[in-house]
Ligand binder design. Structure first.
Ligand SMILES: [Zn+2]
Length: 265
């Protein structure tokens, strides 16, 4: 019996190989921030991974990318499911970028003064592994707080941070794909991981993909935009059957809940 399953490590490898063969070069978000003026009309993918859970899975994607001579950005949370020092260290040693996947507003229940202190402490902590230059919000759909609200009161540049994807990617040029909701067209069920305004334009242009195979087919046909940011959650991408099933079942249930949250606005 042979299955063509999505969100496996095998599928991820096929995906990355296809993009490489189609002429995309890969950038970390840090490289994008510093090279932005020189990138012009080049064909590139900013490859971002949000390590929400199951840190060990990110080691597998990091190794695979390293073998393909690709550097990506790995964002770690402070919680124990993500923050595993040996894994952060190993990924940094491969040459990948390490960033802080911050959720200080949620952890400090919206107290901005506490949250900025917490932010500074965690940033120092992650800088023991890598000279962290970029950060990225963890957009928990169940939290009342939006992490980005911290930047209504403070400026992350003051802490040596060059960029935050939700603020510093030029989405008028860069198409955004995320596997949030364990699908590539989850912007309808996503509470926070979505790009206002531009998402509507992308839908109008037909840039909507459900499965990884759909994106692979579009790449092969030359129909994908030349500049993209791709975000994955490595916890979903596994060849281990039990993990794969758990992720499949729990995400299907969560998407129903998220749909209700989005409707409630
Ligand atoms: Zn996250």
């Amino acid at each position: 019996m042979s299955f063509n399953l999505d969100f496996t490590l095998t599928k991820y490898s096929q995906f990355i190989h296809t993009l490489k063969e189609c002429g995309y070069f890969f950038l970390t978000f840090e490289q994008y921030c510093s090279d932005k003026p020189n990138l012009a009309e080049n064909q590139y993918v900013i490859l971002r991974h949000d390590v929400d859970l199951k840190a060990a899975h990110s080691l597998a994607t990091a190794k695979m990318e390293h073998e393909l001579e690709i550097d990506a950005s790995y964002y770690f949370r402070v919680v124990s499911q993500s923050n595993v020092p040996e894994i952060i260290k190993a990924i940094a040693e491969m040459g990948h970028e390490i960033g802080y996947h911050y959720e200080d507003m949620t952890l400090c229940e919206g107290d901005t003064e506490k949250a900025i202190e917490h932010f500074k402490q965690q940033l120092d902590y992650f800088r023991r592994f890598y000279p962290v230059k970029t950060i990225c919000m963890h957009g928990s759909p169940r939290s009342r707080f939006d992490g980005r609200d911290l930047w209504k009161h403070y400026d992350y540049h003051d802490f040596g941070i060059a960029g935050e994807p939700y603020f510093d990617v030029d989405f008028s040029k860069v198409f955004y794909l995320t596997d949030t909701g364990r699908r590539w067209d989850g912007f309808n069920v996503s509470v926070r991981d979505k790009i206002p305004v531009y998402q509507d334009e992308w839908v109008e242009k037909g840039l909507v993909y459900h499965s990884t195979d759909d994106i692979i087919a579009a790449a092969d046909a030359g129909n994908l935009p030349k500049q993209m940011m791709i975000t994955t959650h490595p916890q979903r991408w596994t060849d281990k059957e039990v993990d794969w099933l758990v992720e499949f079942v729990s995400q299907s249930a969560k998407n129903v809940v998220k749909k209700i949250l989005v409707r409630k606005g």
